[in-house]
Design a protein around this ligand. Structure first.
Ligand code: HEM
Length: 260
């Protein structure tokens, strides 16, 4: 009953201001922090193709439990994707509370933005638009990863990126801008790294934020180009699975009995 009253009046039964919005803000921040840090790890994982195909392959097998199981378990990757999907849905649901919900609100926001020319407001606008775009872009990518976990590897990922590169390009810019602005706003909102001079800290954090954005966009674009190059070279044999050099050696020596 008290939740009902709180939901209607925005006040708890004893007349105090409802703590619900603060709790929801906390959930949004916590899920945002998880996704932001996850994306840093994810970009380093995907960009291992820049080191070598073998390295990306062995990391993919590691994600499939090669350290613990004889046979690779792509189901482990699907489980991880499932967890990311749940966190992403909760985060998006919390984020929707902040988006302008009708044309009037949108108009007011845009006018405010044009008049104020305020950095933080512009950043919030970028975050709102990129957040909205990821309702679709991130869901599509995650659905692919959830249902085809075994189709991750130097050749399978390159074949897919060769076909879907415009999609990945949009997703890359959306997630890097949204993620780095989000982490910056979390630091400001919760006063992390504040120190004695909040104004100076905010300036430094903004520089760090842009440095991180540029770093991950450059890394992401270089990674995308690397997959496209492999995809083009491999396009005659698209669909063929990648065999790492060591395994080829092993297969070779098993088949011929001659050390390669
Ligand atoms: C556990 C969940 C995830 C897994 C297993 C995963 C896996 C991968 C893999 C294997 C690739 C290489 C391309 C491919 O094979 O299709 C990739 C690329 C990419 N993923 Fe994910 N991903 C996950 C979650 C996400 C999320 C939540 C986002 C953003 C909201 C995202 C954004 C991207 C982007 C932008 C690329 C392209 C990278 C580049 O262009 O350099 N991924 N991901």
């Amino acid at each position: 009953m008290s939740d009902l009253i709180e939901g209607f009046l925005g006040k708890s039964v004893d007349g105090k201001k409802s703590r619900l919005p603060a709790k929801l803000d906390y959930i949004q921040s916590a899920t945002g922090l998880f996704l932001g840090l996850f994306m840093w790890g994810h970009m380093f994982f995907v960009s291992t193709i820049l080191i070598s195909k073998d390295f990306m392959y062995s990391l993919t097998k590691f994600m499939e439990g090669s350290m613990f199981f004889e046979e690779p378990k792509p189901g482990l990757v699907s489980t991880m994707v499932g967890i990311v999907i749940v966190v992403l849905v909760v985060h998006a649901a919390m984020g929707m509370r902040k988006l302008p919900t009708n044309f009037r609100q949108w108009q007011i926001f845009r006018t405010h933005m044009k008049m104020m020319r305020h950095d933080e407001t512009n950043m919030w606008f970028i975050q709102a638009v990129t957040g909205f775009s990821m309702f679709f872009l991130a869901s599509a990518h995650l659905f692919l990863m959830l249902t085809q976990p075994a189709m991750i590897g130097p050749f399978s990922s390159s074949d897919r990126m060769l076909t879907l590169w415009p999609f990945y390009l949009m997703l890359l810019f959306a997630v890097e801008l949204h993620g780095s602005i989000g982490l910056y706003r979390l630091c400001i909102k919760w006063g992390w790294f504040e120190g004695s001079d909040a104004k100076k800290t905010r300036k430094t954090l903004k520089k760090v934020k842009w440095a991180i954005t540029v770093f991950f966009l450059v890394l992401g674009l270089a990674t995308l180009l690397a997959y496209l190059k492999i995809g083009l070279e491999h396009s005659d044999n698209a669909g063929e699975r990648y065999h790492p050099t060591t395994q080829i050696e092993k297969i070779y020596s098993v088949n011929t009995g001659v050390k390669a």
